[in-house]
Design a binder for this molecule. Structure first.
Ligand code: NAD
Length: 460
């Protein structure tokens, strides 16, 4: 008998779809179909792979409204942010269609070695085989695109397990690829919970790689159980941004508000720790709180909604508990703290300490702690004092300070005159330490989804 995975509208709680849940047997069958499809897909000419990805991008664009609504419903993401995600995924597929034509190696000057006389060497890039893709709920289209599109561009086939909360968007994306001409088996979808479906996929010996985006504990577990496979892990962060006195506040404040609260703070590079210099703290906070109060909280389908519901009751309850705990331990709540079911009002804390959960763990909720500092080096030290290392921001007009931050921070990306949240889809993106292993951003994902194959001719 088929087990079903129900999918709900995160604002109303009503069921909006159901998909068959896959156990180990179904996962095995999906891997088998992807392995069978690899033979012909990996030898499909690059121009044809590129054309299919480009057509898929056009179809996503054409079906923009349907995608936006599905993301808004199943992820609870405010309409304008859902629409933005759709636009970005069109770019991700377009970049992938371009990368499909750039899979090349280079020659190696063999006679640089005293043992290399009379030899010609070069290397090629070859696809790995089947790539397992496991994705989180918070960007149900673009983070799926970041795995599927580069994998296909490079000639791999894919078995995708989308997040159990948000699989419907992935189904729409797979439809676009099929309608664009992707052959059967090149992309297989399996649905279900992590510990059952995800686990079976990770432990399956067939795929050559696991590409995972999600939480650090699950990422660590995957690394321990994937076996001898390539593994890319895109994990969490407690992201921070410094605002120096010479910052352009008119630009910085609205950007910080959006960075803290978009998608109800459920973004891996969401602004959680905000370090503001004391010389501008009063002016900054006054504008920051005013703009936070003006945010519209509610139904993500409303075109002017800013902050929709969190993904689950448990996530909203946990956010409430962390805020209450911080306040009980001495933090001051300047705004927010209200909760109705899965809706959590944007919350601004100050007088927080580094050891509080809202500071040292990934909150993944619409809350931000504002820390007022007097010395730039102190601010840099506090920002860098984290086990995570995904992205960090700094607002300053002083190039020397910007470069000091670039040198000091052990993170995957430093954004100058922006917050930690900035991302476009062709830049290298990924974290250090607890934020993960490897990089995405289409070209960089392609590199991690191919093997170098060296060739040498002995001319003697
Ligand atoms: P999660 O780790 O709970 O789930 C992610 C995926 O892993 C889901 O598909 C889930 O079913 C699957 N999974 C769970 N247990 C598994 C197991 N034992 N074996 C295999 N798969 C398993 O994460 P989430 O709550 O969906 O997403 C939030 C997390 O994702 C946050 O930590 C966030 O920072 C992170 N994230 C990181 C990035 C990035 O690019 N670095 C982007 C978005 C989200």
């Amino acid at each position: 008998m088929t087990d079903w995975l129900p999918v709900t509208d995160k604002f109303t709680g009503l069921e909006i779809g159901r998909l068959p849940a896959a156990g180990a047997e179904e996962v095995d069958a999906a891997v088998g179909r992807a392995q069978a499809a690899f033979r012909s897909w990996s030898t499909t000419p690059a121009h044809r792979r590129s054309a299919i990805l480009s057509r898929a991008a056009a179809l996503i664009e054409e079906r923009r409204e349907r995608f936006t609504e599905t993301i808004a419903r199943e992820a609870g993401k405010a309409w304008k942010h859902a629409a933005n995600e759709v636009g970005r995924s069109v770019e991700t597929f377009t970049f992938a269609s371009e990368e499909a034509k750039r899979l090349h190696g280079e020659t190696v000057p063999m006679d640089a070695s005293v043992f290399g006389d009379n030899r010609i060497g070069f290397y090629l890039r070859a696809p790995l085989g089947v790539v397992s893709a496991i994705t989180p709920f918070n960007f149900p289209l673009n983070l799926v695109a970041h795995k599927v599109a580069p994998a296909l561009a490079a000639g791999n086939t894919v078995v995708l397990k989308p997040a159990e909360e948000t699989p419907l968007t992935a189904v729409l994306m797979a439809d676009c690829l099929r309608d664009a001409g992707l052959p059967e088996g090149a992309l297989e979808l399996v649905y279900g919970d992590g510990p059952v479906t995800g686990e079976a996929l990770v432990r399956h010996p067939g795929p050559a790689k696991v590409s995972f985006t999600g939480s650090p504990p699950v990422g660590t577990h995957i690394l321990q159980h994937a076996g001898l496979k390539r593994v890319t892990l895109e994990l969490g962060n407690n992201s921070g941004t410094i605002v120096e006195p010479d910052a352009n506040l008119a630009a910085a404040v609205p950007r910080c508000v959006m960075s803290a609260f978009a998608n109800a703070g459920q973004v891996c590079i969401s602004l959680q720790r905000l370090y503001v210099h004391e010389a501008i703290a009063v002016a900054f906070l006054e504008q920051f709180l005013r703009e936070t109060r003006a945010l519209k909280i509610g139904n993500p389908l409303d075109r002017d909604c800013d902050v929709g519901p969190m993904v689950s009751d448990e996530a909203a309850e946990r956010a409430g508990q962390w805020i209450a705990e911080a306040v009980a331990e001495g933090a001051t709540m300047l705004e927010g703290g209200r909760r109705e079911g899965r809706l959590v009002w944007p919350t601004v804390l100050t007088n927080t300490r580094p050891e509080m959960k809202v500071m040292c763990r990934e909150a993944f909720a619409p809350l931000v702690s504002v820390v007022i500092y007097s010395d730039f080096d102190d601010a840099l030290r506090m920002l860098g004092d984290s086990p995570y290392g995904l992205q960090a921001g700094i607002y300053t007009q002083d190039l020397r300070k910007a470069f000091r931050a670039v040198a000091a921070l052990d993170v995957g990306g430093v954004l100058v005159n922006d917050t930690s949240i900035f991302r476009v889809d062709h830049m290298p993106y990924g974290g250090n330490r607890m934020s993960g292993i490897g990089r995405e951003g289409v070209r960089f994902a392609v590199e991690e989804m191919t093997n170098l194959k060296f060739v040498c001719f002995n001319l003697a």
